[in-house]
Each structure stands twice: as structure tokens, then as C-alpha cells.
Design a protein around this ligand. Sequence first.
Ligand SMILES: C[S@@+](CC[C@H](N)C(=O)[O-])C[C@H]1O[C@@H](n2cnc3c(N)ncnc32)[C@H](O)[C@@H]1O
Ligand code: SF4
Length: 463
Amino acid sequence: MSSLVLFDKELINRYEQSGPRYTSYPTAVQYHDGFNWEHYVHIARETNEDLIPASLSLYFHLPFCSRVCFYCACNKIITKNREHADPYLADLSREIRMQGELFNRDRQVDQLHWGGGTPTFINHAQMRQLMDTTRQHFTLRNDDSGDYSIEIDPREVEDETISILRDIGFNRMSIGVQDFEPEVQNAVNRIQTPEQTSKVIESARKSGFKSINLDLIYGLPRQTVGSFHATLKKIAELQPERIAVYNYAHLPHIFKTQKQINANELPSPDEKLEIMQDTISFLHEKGYVYIGMDHFAKPDDELAVAQRNNTLHRNFQGYTTHANCDLIGMGITAISKVGQCYAQNVRTLEEYEKSISLGRIPVMRGIKLDDDDRLRRDVITRLICHFHIKYSEIEEDHYIDFQDYFYNELISLHEMEKHGLLSLGKDGISILPRGRLLIRNICMVFDKYLRSGTAKGTYSKVI
Ligand SMILES: C[S@@+](CC[C@H](N)C(=O)[O-])C[C@H]1O[C@@H](n2cnc3c(N)ncnc32)[C@H](O)[C@@H]1O
Ligand code: SF4
């Protein structure tokens, strides 16, 4: 049932709007600078006193890229100068030490992720050093049972890189592909041959990586249904365990490099929808399950299994099977989710350096959640991950009467029910196959900040 998703063009057009992706709730636009490093430190220390302290998830942001992809909306710094990594890694090591001091050593690291930018911009010695420093200050799992993943740009790996990454503890990787067609690659300044990609996959399998994800983007310039279908066919031959197909977010006023994309070459909204429709049916035909929000997985992949068992969760890196970790984000722009707060690090190298040199965790802004935030986050997360909620489960966990508390929200959902997106039963809410692609719209109903008009963000289109 969880793989059932129905593409309904009329409905998608009717609900066309921009909205958050809910990697956090409240979303980043609600974070504020009244929340500082001292608040973060206090909350982080308190988590050690929990009855059963959560295990840990570590995220490291490695922002450098040696060339720019015009579409890119990631937090990155473009530089050819590899020496830029040295001072950054020195500061990152100091942050790792400061963060490590906040958490008891009996709290194991179940999840670890290097993201970017391009994590493999740094050299092999620096990679080993970074993982060694992490091991000195946190308790990593040594039995390969954690989810330790890294984002790989196949243009930035040398022959031994993949086996070194495996050797230092990684067992999952996410590879950026975006599109295989030379026309599209030229238009976005990312020339990457299918051979470069397959070589990395082969090397990963040989080295014993457990799971490989490939990232694609639809809606890029010069893409057509036919051209993207050709890319999808090559992707299916590579047999990745997971595939992410992101909707291109074209926001050139925010992401300046996107100005180099010729807007006249972007596929029309209609063509984009057709690309998406074709993607869903093709991947379904090839045996992939739709997990939700851009993500597909093989039916025996942990994500698909967790979705069937109602144990799937979601964090800044997307879907995960580790529900209750405290997530510590390190490096510029990284976001932590620790105890009942979110905290985001400073954006620039200068601010980062300054804060670290003062011996402060470089928190720039954040938010402490109140009971209402926690309740709404729970509802939104369950809807995104499981496509249904049972009122009684939420009521038991949050001591509320669901239908009473969410009286107005349920009235809004009635309209969606009439359109076939969901069904409102007496025990709970189920998202129907037609509503699954519109899950962001459904979650937006439960977002207090959007409802009250206090969320002032620029969001990407939901479809
Ligand atoms: C943090 S990036 C890092 C990936 C890595 N540096 C690489 O390029 O292979 C992760 C993914 O975000 C996606 N992405 C980047 N910019 C995007 C945009 N404007 N719209 C949608 N997805 C985007 C791409 O699929 C990319 O692989
Ligand atoms: S897509 Fe990856 S390699 Fe390209 S600019 Fe963005 S982070 Fe760098």
C-alpha cells in the first residue's frame, strides 16, 4: 500500500503552491537570533539526564567545491584552491572537541553523515584525520552497524578514494548524478559521464558499501520527457538501492549562480509534470517503492521496510530509520536537533573562525520548541513518513483530544477529502494515493506559523 501513488494532473494543478519541505518543524524561517550558543549548550547537556538518553547522529558540513553547477542550491564555497580546506578542518576539529564535551561517552553514534559542498574536496589524509578526531571525541560504532554515509561527486574521486572511505567507516553513499544527457549537462555546467558514475558504484560495491543512493533533478534546462526517460533507463541499469528525484528549485534571486541558467530553456510546467509522471511509472515498473517526497527505494531496502513497519523518520538528510537520535550538526550552516531545540551554525568561514577562536559553539540562531511545536512536528512527521495517523497515538503521546485541538485544521482537511487527497476516518487520517504527491500541502494545514501568517520564507514549489 505504501508504494501506491497516483498522479492526478488536474489535482496537482489545483494545489500548485510553494511550501516547506519539513526537514524540520518549526522550519528554518522560524529560527531566531535570540537563541544562542549558551542556550544550545544548556539544552545539549540536559539531554544526558534523560531517562534513556538518545543515541547520536553526527553531521559534518564540508562546503568546498572545485567548480560550480549552475542549478546548485546547496551551501557551498567554490574554490580551486585546495589549501582552503586546512584552516577550515582545524576549526572543525575544535568544534568536534567542544561538541563532544557536551555529550556523555556512553551515547553511541548510530548515524554519521558528511555532506556538502563536496566532502571529497579534502584529501585522503584529511579524511582520515577528520574521522580520527571524531572517534577521539565521540563513541562511533566499530561493528559497521551504524549508518555512516557520505555525499559523492564522481568527478571528485581518485582511484583509492572509495576504499579509503570504506576503511575509515563509511557504509553508505549518495552519488550526485542529476542528468546523464550531454545537452542538459552543458546547460548546467556539470559534465559527468555515465562511466564516471558507474566506476564509483562498482568501486563502492567492491569495497563493501551496503547502500547506494543516486540523486537526480527534474526540471533542469533542455530536459524533455524523452531525454529524462533516457537518463532513468541508465539509472535503473545501475541498480541503486535508493533514488532521489528532486524537483529543480529555480530561485535565482536567492541562489545567484542560477542566473547563469537560461530560463527560456527550462521545461514548461506541463512538461515538468509529464516528466514526473513518467518517472513515477517507470521507477514503479522497475520495482522501486515510492517512499514519499522525491524518494524511491527497492522494496527490501531499510527505508521501505521501515515505512511498512511505521518506524520511518525524517531529518535534515531526508528519510532515516533512526528515529530518536539527537542530531549534532558541525561546520558552517549545519543544523542541530538536540533535545527540544534546533540550532543552526553561522554561515561564513570568517564568522566560524571567530566563534571557534573564542571557544564558542558557533550557533547563529535557533529555536526552543514549545509543547504545541512538538505536537505539530509529530503530526507532520507521521504524515510524511507513514501517510496516515491514528488520533489515539497522538493523544496518548501529547495528552490532547485530537479532534478538539485540531478543530480548524480538520475543517480545512474536509476540503481536501472532497478532492480525494485523503480520508478522514473516526480514528485517524489516511492519505490516499492521489494525495501522496501533495503531502506537503496536507502538512501545511498543521503548520501554525503558516496558518497565522508569521512564516515569511521563500519556499520551493511543492511539485
Ligand atoms: C548537497 S548536494 C551535494 C552533492 C554533491 N556535491 C554532488 O554534486 O554530487 C545534494 C543534492 O542536492 C540536489 N540539488 C542541488 N541543488 C538543487 C536545486 N536547486 N534543486 C533541487 N535539487 C538540488 C542535487 O541532486 C544534489 O546531488
Ligand atoms: S551540486 Fe554539488 S558539486 Fe555542484 S556546486 Fe552544488 S554542492 Fe558543489
